[in-house]
Design a binder for this molecule. Structure first.
Ligand code: ADE
Length: 231
């Protein structure tokens, strides 16, 4: 069982994702547990304000330290082993290996920034890791937190029905997954590669490896080169 705590001003952006399909079942089967904490509940001013102007000027407001720090202190006090992740666009990219590694943790806290971000001192003090999910800027950390928690969850034993699907998919061997097909054998004039229909698993496996290599070389030359160099 892994626990995800989402620190966010906007719980409703995150919680519906866990109300359906695989992650809903994972919660029912006690493979994952989720909770939400709102920094606004820790603000000490009249209007529960959590944002303020940037020191030295600059466009947009930042989340100021006190509400977040009080909240994160409380989480830390209750669970000194909680692992704190801050999604930020300027961090290194989150990859499949991170998802696999983090699936072994017991408690991960995702701290979502809003507005123009979070006062850097909070990140410095609390972050065990910082991640970006891609080279673009989103309006807050909620989507990245969801993306990461989803990728982590499916690497937890028992969350996916068939663990073979984990071994064969993209990035597991540093390559993209080979194309796959279902019925009918011919659809609108386009046929499934004939070897897939003959049932010789050794041949299909070799074919899939070849396709996987070609696909990686074409779509992700960066990954392909990394594999070649790594060997
Ligand atoms: N916050 C805003 N944009 C982000 C991104 N691309 N990755 C992680 N956190 C973010």
């Amino acid at each position: 069982m892994i626990k995800f705590t989402f620190v966010t001003l906007f719980k409703d952006l995150i919680s519906p994702y866990f109300d359906d399909s695989i992650l809903k079942r994972a919660i029912q089967n006690e493979k994952i547990k989720i909770e939400f904490k709102n920094p606004r509940d820790y603000a000490k001013n009249k209007h529960n304000k959590v944002d303020d102007y940037q020191a030295g000027g600059g466009a947009g407001l930042l989340m100021y330290p006190q509400p977040l720090c009080d909240l994160l202190d409380e989480i830390k006090k209750n669970d000194p082993n909680a692992h704190f992740i801050f999604p930020i666009p300027s961090a290194k990219k989150f990859i499949q290996l991170d998802a696999k590694r983090l699936a072994k943790k017991e408690h991960i806290v995702f701290v979502s920034g809003r507005y123009e971000g979070i006062d850097e001192r909070v990140i410095e003090k609390y972050a065990d890791e910082v991640f970006s999910i891609g080279d673009y800027v989103l309006t807050g950390g909620e989507l990245p937190s969801l993306v990461m928690s989803d990728a982590i969850s499916r690497n937890i034993e028992g969350v996916l029905g068939n663990s073979d699907s984990l071994n064969e998919e993209s990035f597991e061997e540093g390559t993209l997954e080979a194309p796959s097909f279902t019925k009918p054998n011919i659809f609108r004039g386009s046929a499934i590669p004939s070897e897939f229909l003959k049932g010789n698993h050794a041949i299909i496996c070799t074919l899939k490896k070849e396709m996987s290599g070609l696909k990686t070389k074409y779509f992700r030359p960066d990954l392909f080169l990394r594999n070649v160099k790594g060997k």
